[in-house]
Design a protein around this ligand. Structure first.
Ligand code: SAH
Length: 461
């Protein structure tokens, strides 16, 4: 560790900025967000026009004197004149301040780390001035996994700090309490803007007799490409104690989870059938009641043909705190990677997500509506009944020459796109020997897929 990161309380701290360029303004904006007593010297006058500082202190139009710098905690020198910078640095140091000469680490007592400012929580990344761009890169990676509600959680902790110290005097016990609190539903509630409930939950947790309360997140994993996880999905995944997943979720996504999380597979495998839905729900409840942070990870979006609604209901019935994190559904993921616009001013005014696999004894699709012109159909779980589906659509009036596309393993490295016409859909599927999940697109837009582009280019040539 070549440098040490310390945090300086800004209440009542005098911070002086000298300069009138962008670097000086950036420091003024930064410290404008703190309670510091901010003083600004702009020897050449404050910039005006679009580049002017919004809000902040009035500029004092001269070079500061030793007297001006007395009592300053931090002094930032951001002047172009190198001699003046050296002079000011010496002056500030003599006045007892810590000095930072912008872009001159050798002249500075401290460097400014790349900062993530979440109000109550501040994170800094420092490389000792050797690689500021790397520090910024690391910062954005950290930023991506921080919960949006971090500030609210920290505020809640501050409000309850004294109460917690009084009720849990033992240091180690208190530490365990906080760890539990920050990873439990109280934190989730605070982060999702429900402070009163969050407070209640924290207080409940303080009552040592109360059993630990777990939480369930029903999370959409997207179509398979790990980069298509939402930031929130990634965060809860990295926080999970238990991950209940099925076949649609590839290893590449599970690899992003916390390494010591317990994984429970409830999908189909060759030798056995998939775990029945009610048993999955029971498992979710049992794990949550053990006090675990449970992620129920589902392909695509949990509320699009994912039975997420049933799981949500089951958690509510069991009184288990539950949150839903949406995911990119297969239709969106496949459309994007195959280059199939789902709507198009010239060809499709609507898009329908439909499944060819209705519940046994359930309601059959309304074929006449689905066969209407100017719409894109995205058919889920449709490969097994492709021929039948095509026949029904044609019977109900859709043109047999309507373009179709089959997207297998959409967004994954082994993605395949097969194009053709509606009349041949059954044959296309049969000849494709599909092994991965596949989505069927029906409609003029299906002809836009990358696979078709070559053909269209030839036609134009
Ligand atoms: N909840 C999921 C859908 C589950 S139903 C979602 O929102 O995407 C399962 C069906 O989704 C599969 O039969 C297939 O039609 C489709 N599917 C899921 N992932 C897919 C992928 N990567 N490529 C193609 N189709 C996919």
């Amino acid at each position: 560790m070549r440098v040490f990161l310390a945090s300086i309380p800004m209440d009542d701290a005098r911070v002086v900025v000298v300069g009138d360029g962008e670097a000086a303004l950036a420091k003024l904006r930064l410290f404008g967000k703190t309670p510091a007593d901010l003083v600004w010297f702009a020897p050449n006058g404050a910039p005006t026009g679009p580049g002017a500082l919004q809000g902040g202190p009035e500029a004092i139009v001269r070079v500061p004197t030793a007297e001006d710098l007395r009592g300053a905690r931090l002094v930032f020198v951001a002047v172009d004149d190198a001699d003046l910078a050296v002079e000011l640095a010496a002056l500030a140091r003599a006045a007892g301040a810590q000095v930072n000469v912008v872009d001159r680490p050798a002249l500075s007592d401290f460097h400014t780390p790349a900062l993530i400012d979440r109000d109550e929580v501040v994170i800094g990344v420092a490389t000792g001035g050797s690689a500021p761009i790397l520090a910024r890169d690391v910062r954005s990676r950290i930023e991506a996994v921080l919960p949006a509600g971090l500030t609210q959680v920290a505020k809640l902790a501050r409000d309850l700090r004294e109460t917690v110290i009084a009720s849990v005097p033992d240091f180690m016990a208190r530490r365990r309490f906080w760890e539990k609190a920050f990873r439990g539903p109280a934190a989730d509630l605070a982060a999702s803007g429900r402070p009163a409930e969050a407070r209640r939950e924290m207080l409940r947790l303080l009552n040592v007799a109360a059993p630990e309360q777990g939480v369930v997140h029903i999370v959409g994993a997207g179509p398979g490409d790990p980069e298509l996880l939402t930031l929130k999905a990634l965060r809860v995944l990295q926080d999970a104690d238990v991950i209940i997943h099925d076949k649609l979720v590839p290893e590449a996504i599970l690899d992003r989870a916390r390494r010591d999380a317990h994984r429970l597979y409830v999908g189909k495998s060759r030798s056995n059938h998939s775990v029945p839905q009610d048993q999955i729900e029971t498992l979710m409840v049992e794990e949550a009641r053990k006090g675990q942070r449970v992620v129920r990870l589902k392909g695509g979006d949990p509320f699009v043909f994912g039975r997420g609604g049933e799981e949500l209901e089951a958690m509510r019935r069991a009184g288990v705190p539950v949150f839903v994190v949406p995911g990119i559904t297969a239709a969106l993921g496949c459309a994007a990677s195959a280059g199939i616009p789902l709507t198009h001013r010239d060809h499709a005014q609507s898009v329908t997500f439909v499944t060819a696999q209705e519940k046994p004894g359930g309601v059959a699709p309304d074929w006449s509506r689905l066969a209407g012109p100017n719409q894109t159909l995205a058919i889920y779980m449709g490969a097994g009944r492709a021929a039948e589906t095509a026949a029904r659509l044609i019977e109900a009036g859709r043109d047999p020459q309507t373009p179709v596309a089959i997207v297998e393993n959409g967004s994954r490295p082994d993605e395949r796109v097969i194009n053709g016409a509606l009349a041949d859909l059954g044959d296309l599927v049969a000849r494709a020997h599909l092994t991965g999940p596949a989505l069927l697109f029906v409609g003029e837009c299906a002809a836009f897929s990358a696979a078709e582009l070559d053909v269209r280019a030839e036609l134009v040539a």
